[in-house]
Design a protein around this ligand. Sequence first.
Ligand SMILES: Cc1cc2nc3c(=O)[nH]c(=O)nc-3n(C[C@H](O)[C@H](O)[C@H](O)COP(=O)(O)OP(=O)(O)OC[C@H]3O[C@@H](n4cnc5c(N)ncnc54)[C@H](O)[C@@H]3O)c2cc1C
Length: 461
Amino acid sequence: MLNGNASFHLHTIGANAASRPALGGNIDTDICIVGAGFTGLWTAWWLRQTCPERSITLIEAEHVGFGASGRNMGWISGKPIGHRGRLAQNPRGDAAVVDLRRACIEAVTEIPDLMRQHGVEIDAHHGGYLQFARTPAGLARAHATVADRESWGLGEADLRYLSADALREHIRIDGVLGGLYSPHCTRIQPAKLAVGLAGLLEARGVTIFEKTPALNIAPGRVTTAHGTIRAKVVLRATEAYSPALPGHRRAIIPMRSSILATEPLSAAEWDSIGWQNAEGLYGAEHAPFFATRSEDGRILIAGRGFPYRYGSAFDQNGRIDTPVVGALEQGLATLFPAVRPRIAHAWCGIFGVPRDWAPAVSFDVATGIGSAGGYAGQGLAGAYLAGHTLADLVAGRGETRWTRLPWTNRRSPDWEPEPLRWLGARVSYHLFRAADRSEQRSLTPKTSRFARFSRWLSGRP
Ligand SMILES: Cc1cc2nc3c(=O)[nH]c(=O)nc-3n(C[C@H](O)[C@H](O)[C@H](O)COP(=O)(O)OP(=O)(O)OC[C@H]3O[C@@H](n4cnc5c(N)ncnc54)[C@H](O)[C@@H]3O)c2cc1C
């Protein structure tokens, strides 16, 4: 089993090393974007439309797609992004949050269509997503999600409840009680999207430097070890990596998520599981648990283990700890006990979580500095839309569909200083696990009070 090496996605397409030069001295550019993940890439893409006359330079500490963008589960999904109540604290209130969800749903088909139009293969499969419940409390939460759909302006065609039998027609999971289905999810190979998008940008005159970490960002200037970039506009797209930059230590925390990719399953194994439509799959448990069927017939299974490292430390090129591999393998065995595929690759990545679990897209006209991020694990649709907003803000377009979204120029509070941050994350992690154990033993549909307390403590929606 390969462990780390950024990710299976990057590794299999040979995109896990720099292939572009680093910055070679001082330069001037109109717009400098820091970070070549989806936020940086989509922002450059939309800026090409809103400001075609301005020069754009993207700098990346490692290589295109090195961060979460090249390591994720590949779901472009129409699930809500961020904490609804906190995002609703904007001049347009909840209507703006509903607009954001609607835009995410549209992104599910727009992104693959756009790539198809430009000849970029991203292994897109529009299969929707399924949630499954294995406890009465989990089932009650699935029912509650469906009951809430009208408040999002959604109907039966967008989200519906599935009985255990109806769910088994999609996929045969051990011990399932029921769940829900939504058609609003497209699975992609995310590294192919990052690399393809970077190629399209370069063909449109955007310059990308790799192996060029920004050491400092200031109005009109980005300092790197290879030279200084002078730019009227500087946009930070470093999401979970932001705490390493001066001035952003407590703005966001890097939350780790780990994935295993199995070897491809045999046709007989797929027959026993079903899952012919390759929906994105997730559990109704409190400890997040996701699975994907890949284009080449593997299962990708993701979970969080203990997700936070003291002092907001990062992983080492995606390497994960052996106990996390064991826990994910066990999780896979509980879903499909009849199949025991070999694990081909294990890796992890970090995504950015703001204190109030609500993303922000900001631009200060006075300093020319902007940023976007904090999608809390929902960044595929999120970054595409945030890039739209940021490009409109930079172009000074005033009120547009994208600048009216609830994340524009909002600010989240800082996280607590250490050791409180680490202690809070630790307590919250153990409470969610205790909640899952207690709900497994219980016959009542009531969500465990451990989970309610943990949500209050962590701020998680
Ligand atoms: C395991 C995992 C699974 C996920 N699954 C999904 C999913 O299925 N669907 C979904 O919607 N979201 C998912 N997410 C979240 C999603 O991947 C992220 O929200 C999204 O990719 C964030 O994009 P980004 O460009 O903002 O950040 P990143 O992709 O992290 O990019 C930031 C880039 O900035 C670079 N950088 C950092 N510091 C500097 C510096 N000082 N100078 C220059 N460059 C710098 C980094 O090297 C990195 O390449 C998942 C995340 C993880 C970790």
